[in-house]
Design a protein around this ligand. Sequence first.
Ligand SMILES: [Zn+2]
Ligand SMILES: [Zn+2]
Length: 244
Amino acid sequence: MKLTFLGTSDAFGAGGRRQAALFVETRAGGLLLDCAPTTNTALAALGIARDAIDAIALSHFHADHFAGVPSLVLACVWEDRRRRPLLVAGPPGVEQRVLDAAAAIGHPLRDRPLPFALRFQEVGAGAASEVGPARIALFATRHDPESCPHGMAVEADGRRLVYSGDTGWFDELPDRARGADLFVCECNFYEYELPTHLSYRVLHDRRRAFAGGRMLLTHLGSEMADRRGALEIETADDGMAVEV
Ligand SMILES: [Zn+2]
Ligand SMILES: [Zn+2]
């Protein structure tokens, strides 16, 4: 499994970087984890074909994680002449959330004929489901309830990647990350405290609870942007690729 960070900033583009999205390449196909308004730009900048994406799995319904889906679908139509199906999976309500967002930004997709099948799949928290080329299990996180927040465990090629999505600290977080070959964890702040996001200080203080597996920090806000690469826990950057 190969993971490429398409965007590693917070919701506001701190440090001039792009918003949340991860591209996972497996032997069975490509999977996008989250799809931000900056994701088409990221794919173009990194030379990754949209056609390599079989499925998109969304962690929650905040704009910096899912508002890029309508424009990605339109680019599949107009730029790529796509014919292969595209699956969009996510927490309950995913189809309505994406279609409502598409209508609101002036690119309605509801009942619009497309030259490929656009499918939606709800994934509840708990047991793993087949989502395109991987098996994905969602878990609830501590974040704005309105956004239906989840993290996810992704299994493919015999490897396990856990992605926190957006979350503040909750005591089960290390359990969710246990057994992961790589844990990609949000770290919006360095020391500022919010119940709905994590800070480096909190993660560093509790690092041992994560049992020593590889951890990469993403969703880096302005406090973290300047400290990137100079901290004890590894930080991700736009375009960074790692073998999981
Ligand atoms: Zn976010
Ligand atoms: Zn969020």
